[in-house]
Design a protein around this ligand. Sequence first.
Ligand code: FES
Ligand SMILES: [Fe+2]
Length: 452
Amino acid sequence: MKETTSPADQLDELVSVERGEIDRRIFSDQEIFDMEMKHIFGRAWLFLCHETQIPKRGDFFEAPMGSDNVLVVRQKDGSIRAFLNTCSHRGNAVCRAEEGNVRNFMCTYHGWTFGLDGELIGVPGKSIFYKDKLDLSKHPLRKVAQLDSYRGFVFATFDETAPPLEEYLGPTGRLGLDLLAERGDIEAVPGVQKFVVKTNWKFTVDNVFDYYHPQITHMSAFAVGLIPAPADDFVEGGAMTETGANLEVPFLPTDLHNVVMVGEYGHAISGPDQDSLEVTAGGREPFAWRYKPETQEKLGHHGSRVAGHPHIFPTTWVNAGGQLSLRVPRSPGVTEIWWFSFRDKNASPEEKAATLSAQIHFFGPAGLLEQEDGENWAQSTLQTRGTVSREVPQLLKMGLGTSEIVKDDGLAIIDAPINEHAQLWTYHAWREWLRNPTWEELRQRTMPGDRL
Ligand code: FES
Ligand SMILES: [Fe+2]
């Protein structure tokens, strides 16, 4: 890309699906980041919280929507509303807590007070200083354009012309959330783990689908037994030992394959096929959640065989351990990671404790996997800033152009060895969002074809 040309005019050069190449500048340019905030985060349905986090009237949760923050609030009639956490007087945040319960929101600057519905209900000195000339009804907190829930997961959009949530999610996005909702009568574990990684948000997203890296990046997790290593007879060249030392060739078996599902608007699911995982575990407990037979029926053939890694565009990852992660872009080089953990309300205290322990040990600030991933993302981001380094393209060529997309059950499915299809799909959709098309144009352009 030429430095003097606007990124908006260079989108085809920035992401080439045909070549499987991505221009590194998309990970560091402020102008591109600003376009993302406007054209993606200013329009998409974004995950806010789970309904069980705000069960009672007056419960609230502060959630990010792109570069804005909103308060998601349980209303007196049990419904949910969301509005910007910025005072209509002079902009101060009207709420400083991340979550809690209130009767109303009083701004700490001059005391303007807003009801649970965001309406302005109190102004100090309304008669004396404003001479009763201020029309309170004209200055509520700014509401989101649309808010809706799917199976308890609350989403909102700033775009009043956006399609309804269920249509936006489509079969791929809905399946992603079903995979979590079907883990029992679920509730969110109190508290959200939040931490910062010096990375561009897109690295954290494309990594969701990357099943090429665990064998190298997460070697220590295999070594300490956090993830069961594959059986010895699957080790090509016999290079992997029990302790993970002497790794000379990749040990992931060549017959381990991915189930990839690509969906409209950029949603995707890509993880190892459940059966394939069980084979590679070589009789040991497979590193995957197996649903009860009746649940498998509900999820359908494809839903019950995909072992995780659904992603709802742009930044919501539903992970296989009963968690949901938001990747919150704060600047081109800084991303906040939020982890929501879920459990079955009816589980025993021991089961709940075991679930939480596993969730904490895999992901989040104390999670071994995420510490390892975070190092890669930070380094990859850093290298996109080098004057010369940034001219070297990112490659997503694995399996490029070789896979047939089969349409079944409303899903667009690829069964193939480990590949980079879902990553490429995500960047394809990203490019189409940045063109700022109409919703119908966007849907058409992100409709899966016959091959990837
Ligand atoms: S900024 Fe909120 S009351 Fe003045
Ligand atoms: Fe990882």
